[in-house]
Design a protein. Structure first.
Length: 262
């Protein structure tokens, strides 16, 4: 189970499954003001750029990250291998789109963003490889997390050595959808998809467990289910603690999952 801790003055959720420096952020511990108070990591949300830069300085200092790789998240299933040459400063253009980043280069930090979507961090301490995955519902049913596991395998990881932490995201309690999402879950998981879909409170609506679907897809990709740590906190239930697009709409910040190989 993920636990709350403070590293370098920054509140983070960390997983005992992952031994590399990592953490999932919340709304706390940053320099932003007003609608973005206080730890907003979304650089294009309308926040003061100086505050966002300070927020990143604090995150990088807490985890010992020197070089940080970003990506344009597009709700698909592309995973990109990155190195030092892919690191960027805030404001620099990002020349590629991907919802998963992977590396085996020490000191190269990976980050994924969320505000209800599911952030996932992966670590193979034997091979020395990490991944950061952004899984919205479209990326989830497109098996972005399975693609990341397979990319680590192609990099030389033994599937039994990969550990995963699923961070704070919208829970089944709050993720009410139309029939298109359950249909996509069934297509991705077959009959097992029924385990992650429940009737909604309104006619024609359903409640979907995205964290459960992602955990199931990692197991299907060959991971040990006992090596998958799942955060039980819902971003929409606790918008005072986490950024939630469903609750706050466009006027909100973003939290992140970040990881680096020492």
């Amino acid at each position: 189970m993920l636990k709350e801790t403070i590293i370098g003055g920054l509140p983070l959720l960390i997983s005992p499954e992952i031994s590399a420096p990592h953490g999932f952020t919340s709304r706390f511990g940053g320099a932003s003001k007003g609608d973005f108070e206080s730890l907003n990591l979304g650089e294009n949300r309308g926040d003061d750029p100086r505050a966002v830069e300070e927020n990143y300085r604090r995150l990088k200092a807490a985890l010992g990250i020197e070089k940080l790789c970003f990506t344009k998240q597009v709700h698909k299933n592309r995973v990109k291998y990155v190195t030092e040459s892919d690191a960027r400063d805030l404001g620099d253009p990002i020349p590629y789109e991907a919802d998963g980043l992977i590396t085996d280069r020490p000191g190269v930090g990976l980050i994924c963003f969320s505000a209800d979507c599911i952030p996932i961090l992966l670590h193979d301490p034997v091979r020395g490889a990490i991944a950061a995955v952004h899984a919205g519902w479209r990326g989830t049913v497109a098996d972005i997390v399975g693609a990341a596991v397979r990319a680590m395998y192609d990099l030389g990881s033994d599937l039994d050595d990969i550990r995963a932490a699923i961070g704070p995201g919208i829970g089944q309690c709050c993720f009410e959808t139309g029939p298109e999402v359950p249909a996509a879950v069934m297509e991705a998981l077959g009959g097992d998809g029924e385990l992650y879909v429940a009737p909604g409170n309104r006619e024609g609506k359903f409640m979907v467990d995205l964290k459960g679907v992602n955990a199931a897809l990692m197991v299907r990709a060959g991971m040990d289910p006992d090596r998958i740590d799942v955060c039980d906190e819902c971003t929409a239930c606790d918008p005072w603690k986490f950024w939630s697009h469903r609750v706050d709409g466009d006027r909100r910040g973003a939290q992140a999952g970040a990881i680096v190989l020492p």
